[in-house]
Design a protein around this ligand. Structure first.
Ligand SMILES: *Cc1c(COP(=O)(O)O)cnc(C)c1O
Length: 360
């Protein structure tokens, strides 16, 4: 067996410890004589799995009691629809457009409500986070929406926008659990788990209880109503059971590692290795402004398309896979999520230095 260093933006690496445990439990989960894929979501064994997953996530993120945790399906993209349907009481919301995911959320919301794009960094291919200290927040906005970490462009908020009292809703699909978060700064946080937590198919919503309403937008599908899901403790219908089980294992793994403070320390160390290299390289350059650099997604270019392609090809052959950048940025992107070991980044940087030397 040989594992590669997988720099994919998502789905992405999972901790080997978690994969091994899941393999051990595949045929017989804790004496039930079946795998988690085969068991009823109403069984005692699964009840225990989902309850401990929620508790471990609450412990990790210090989620206050007045926030609900929902394990849902439909991916992050379905939340682009669910958020305006559930939260836009006045039918108005403000969106900060820092990349393709934020823009998609804004466009989807625009189908149902008056969505205002109050700031954008599209003018420079989303290579920075706009100044959000004094934005034209709409008087009647039901929420202000951000994408906290921009997976494609490699930027992140170092400081949250001044929402002037409006609730903040954040898509944290690509940086959840990478560092501590003060949940109370948000009305709602959601994340598709396939970037930094588990297998695709689960999206987690963390929402303040008073925002879960029955009088949502006319026509909101039953399944998209947070109230439906909250009242049923995420078991309104069959949940993505196996995915939740793996997420639960990752939560436990992170707790044992020392929690999110420790994870942040590791992620900062890891990202620094790559950024320091980029800042000193004559061939490779980062594509975003330094102040807004993401800890998770690191796009870089050589400035020469053919050289980029040669690099990606040779890197792949050497076991560093999925480094090709997004088509809107070009070049390369290394996604260095929680499960990417430090050695992976150290070895990548060694490989880059060698490539630079050989291709001067
Ligand atoms: C990947 C990603 C999405 C889309 O996730 P899906 O689960 O495929 O819908 C949305 N937002 C962010 C920030 C992402 O990284």
């Amino acid at each position: 067996m040989s594992r590669v260093y997988n720099f994919s933006a998502g789905p992405s690496m999972l901790p080997v410890e978690v994969l091994k445990e899941a393999a051990d439990e595949m045929l017989d989960y804790k004496g039930t004589g079946m795998s988690v894929m085969e068991m009823s979501h109403r069984s005692k064994a699964f009840e225990e799995i989902i309850e401990s997953a929620e508790q471990d996530l609450r412990d990790l993120m210090n989620i206050p009691d007045n926030y609900k945790v929902l394990f849902l399906q439909g991916g992050a993209s379905q939340q682009f629809t669910a958020v305006p349907m559930n939260l836009a009481k006045n039918g108005v919301a403000d969106y900060i457009i820092t990349g393709q995911w934020a823009k998609k959320a804004y466009q989807e919301a625009s189908r149902y409500i008056k969505a205002n794009a109050i700031a954008s960094s599209e003018d420079k291919t989303y290579s920075y986070i706009p100044d959000c200290s004094d934005l034209p927040i709409s008087e009647d906005a039901d929420y202000v929406y951000i994408c906290h970490n921009n997976t494609i462009y490699g930027t992140t908020y170092k400081k949250l926008p001044n929402t002037k009292g409006k609730i903040l809703v954040a898509d944290m699909s690509s940086d959840i659990l990478s560092q501590p978060v003060n949940v109370e700064d948000y009305g709602m946080i959601y994340f598709g788990v396939q970037k930094n937590v588990g297998p695709a198919g689960v999206v987690v919503v963390i929402i303040r209880e008073d925002l879960i309403r029955d009088d949502v937008m006319e026509g909101t599908p039953t399944m998209l109503k947070y109230k439906t899901q909250a009242d049923a403790n995420s078991l309104y219908n069959t949940p993505p059971a196996y995915g939740i089980y793996i997420c639960g294992k990752v939560f436990k793994y992170l707790k044992q590692l020392g929690g999110l403070e420790k994870m942040k320390e590791i992620n900062e160390k890891k990202a620094k290795i790559l950024y320091d290299f980029l800042d000193n390289s004559e061939m490779f350059k980062g594509t975003v402004v330094k102040e807004d650099r993401s800890l998770m997604n690191v796009p870089f270019v050589t400035g020469d398309k053919d050289l980029d392609a040669k690099f990606v090809k040779e890197a792949t052959e050497a076991g560093f896979v999925n480094l090709k950048g997004h088509r809107t940025v070009g070049g390369m992107r290394a996604s260095i999520y929680n499960a990417m070991p430090i050695e992976g980044v150290e070895k990548l940087v060694e490989f880059m230095a060698e490539f630079e030397k050989n291709n001067k």
